[in-house]
Design a protein around this ligand. Sequence first.
Ligand code: ATP
Ligand code: MG
Length: 267
Amino acid sequence: MTLSPTSPTTSVNSAAAPPGSAEGAGLTLRDAVLGRPGAPVLSGVGLEVRPGEVLTVVGASGCGKSTLLRTLAGLLPPLGGEVTADGRPLGGPGGGRALVFQEDGLLPWRTARANVELPLAIGRVGRAERRRRAAEWLARVGLAGYEGRLPHRLSGGQRQRVQLARALAGQPRALLMDEPFGALDAQTRAGMQQLLVEVLATTRATVVFVTHDVDEALFLGDRVALLGAAPDAPVRLFAVPRPRDRAAHETPATAAVRRDLLQSLGG
Ligand SMILES: Nc1ncnc2c1ncn2[C@@H]1O[C@H](COP(=O)(O)OP(=O)(O)OP(=O)(O)O)[C@@H](O)[C@H]1O
Ligand SMILES: [Mg+2]
């Protein structure tokens, strides 16, 4: 399966990222079949996620967005074809790729701090360093003072901030986000988008961000990938004229891409 033409984009974060931060991973699917054994969802998938870019993913409900993300996370081995990170087959979860879910991604019996520390503990980061990083990231997402709270005592937006802190505390090379702001009200969602943009300016992580919301896709993404409704439809890629610029929302260039995306989604 071939890719739609793409235009070059600069990565969001390499310019501003601290020199010590890890380079974003390049993720590639070639003629890949995705889904569960005996139940393929997408076939012939070709897609190249460039190191350091933000690729947003849209498509009709049930078309396979979460399947794609779980495959990239290493949770669903490809049923065929090739899925690689920096040219090497994924080989299971981990590998510097962090997932953020729509909701309920936190362990309910662990405090915010303990949730953020968990992947660090699994990665054998020492206790003091875990504490330090958890405190630092919780503060960066605006949750200083909330470290000891259990998830059910946090708002939906705060829980998503903890998830973001947990994902980023592990210094991932790829951040995979599955409708992370989908359950939030419009105002909280806009605030979370802004927070994400600010936080990404300090990392070089590659981001794959699934959303139902075309405007969110056009705000956050360097490019938007559109998954077709048919299982073997090629992934279509759209370059975003002015990524992460709210002022671009009403420009003719953005409006044209939005129209194209909405038309493709609508039928
Ligand atoms: N655990 C599962 N077992 C079997 N089939 C599944 C499972 N999860 C999803 N599917 C099927 O795989 C297909 C793709 O699902 P997926 O969750 O990837 O879609 P999606 O694009 O993320 O949808 P949405 O926008 O509603 O989140 C659907 O037909 C769905 O029914
Ligand atoms: Mg989904």
